[in-house]
Design a protein around this ligand. Structure first.
Ligand code: SAM
Ligand code: SF4
Length: 351
């Protein structure tokens, strides 16, 4: 489109891969660290009560700062942008940021991840602004289990209405993320498939990950994707299909009866570090190069201290060139507890 903003491209620099040969392709932007849910696997209520100090507005990057970082990253070769959080729809101006990001030449995928509670209000505005797709997290269709897994904050009817609004707005294909936790929702996975099969939405089952250090993760609560797949295959036979693009983390399957697609994100039992091309920027402007990071690189200070675009790009590039993270591959799958303490929480760095 001629209205797209052109920026300098370093993307064809063949040397620009990390220490393990992985390109910088995706950028996830955590818009804010707050959330209207308290999913126990992410922000357990006991840890994130009324007194918890979330980032103040001034500590968070402004939309101007986010746009600037995103445009610099796109100049370095990023083609996929995802807005996430925390809950990104708690930012009532999110559509205007989407509109700005959609104007960047070189972005071929612009998506947003949400818990769906406010999606009914935002779907059309987001689509009008240029958002291409949404991913909605919905762990169970059983009211009691859903309520438990959202920390008693969710409302299934509203989330489903949000998904319908997203369909009407054209934000398809819609992906539905289901975190599977042993003894919590693993007996409801077939219901989720039954509900969404044939709708064109792609359900993705995510293994409960040892992200952060406040969610009480243990291996006993992880249901290996293979187990979920076997359960589904017995009821509705599926076949594996290839990746849509290099670096796609979900293993894809199609129903043999033509009723659509599903996916598995199996970071615990089948790590995909080898093709990980993602960087994340937290709401306070810290750059993280791994979901399981314990530290990141502050970009907010240089942004606010007058660094020009070339200087910011140089920081991004130098961090990426040194990147050798492969936490999930190094983690011993049989370890029953999370091996590192003080890992950054998922809702902070952007899931
Ligand atoms: C951190 S949330 C942020 C966006 C939005 N609030 C949402 O829930 O979709 C992004 C994704 O991370 C997933 N997630 C959070 N904690 C997780 C964990 N410990 N293991 C696996 N997935 C997790 C959520 O289910 C969600 O699909
Ligand atoms: S998974 Fe999403 S909705 Fe649930 S607490 Fe984390 S950020 Fe909020």
């Amino acid at each position: 489109m001629s209205s797209k903003i052109q920026i300098r491209q370093d993307a064809d620099d063949p040397a620009f891969t990390d220490a393990l040969g992985r390109p910088l392709q995706d950028l996830r932007i955590s818009l804010l660290d707050r959330c209207n849910f308290r999913c126990p696997y992410c922000m357990p209520e006991a840890e994130y009560g009324e007194d918890y100090q979330f980032l103040t507005k001034s500590a968070r990057l402004s939309h101007d700062e986010i746009f600037r970082l995103a445009s610099i990253a796109v100049g370095l070769g990023v083609t996929k942008l995802r807005i996430t959080g925390g809950e990104p729809l708690l930012d009532r101006n999110v559509a205007s940021l989407v509109g700005r990001l959609a104007s960047l030449q070189g972005v071929d995928d612009l998506a947003l991840t949400t818990n769906g509670l406010l999606l009914g209000l935002f779907a059309q505005r987001l689509a009008d602004a240029g958002l291409q797709r949404v991913t909605v997290s919905l762990d169970s269709l059983d009211e009691t289990i859903f309520s438990r897994m959202s920390g008693n904050r969710g409302d299934i009817a509203r989330v489903l209405a949000g998904i319908d609004a997203a369909v009407r707005a054209g934000l398809s294909p819609i992906k539905i993320n289901v975190v599977v936790q042993r003894g919590v929702n693993d007996h409801t996975v077939l219901d989720v498939i039954e509900h969404f099969r044939g709708t064109g939405h792609i359900v993705r089952f995510i293994e409960f990950m040892d992200v952060g250090s406040r969610n009480g993760w243990s291996m006993e609560q992880v249901v290996p994707s293979k187990e979920v797949l076997a359960q589904i295959h017995t009821r509705w036979p599926v076949r594996a299909v290839g990746r849509n693009y290099p670096g796609e983390v979900a293993r894809r399957y199609q129903f043999l009866d033509g009723q659509g697609e599903l996916g598995f994100i199996s970071s615990v039992t089948e790590p995909f570090c080898g093709s990980c091309s993602r960087a994340r920027i937290s709401a306070d402007g810290t750059l993280y190069t791994c979901l399981f990071a314990t530290a990141g690189t502050d970009l907010r200070a240089p942004l606010r201290n007058g660094a020009d675009d070339e200087e910011i790009a140089a920081i991004l590039k130098s961090v990426w060139l040194k990147r050798d993270d492969r936490y999930s591959e190094l983690r011993k799958p049989e370890a029953s507890e999370s091996p590192l303490v003080n890992k950054v929480e998922m809702y902070r760095m952007g899931g």
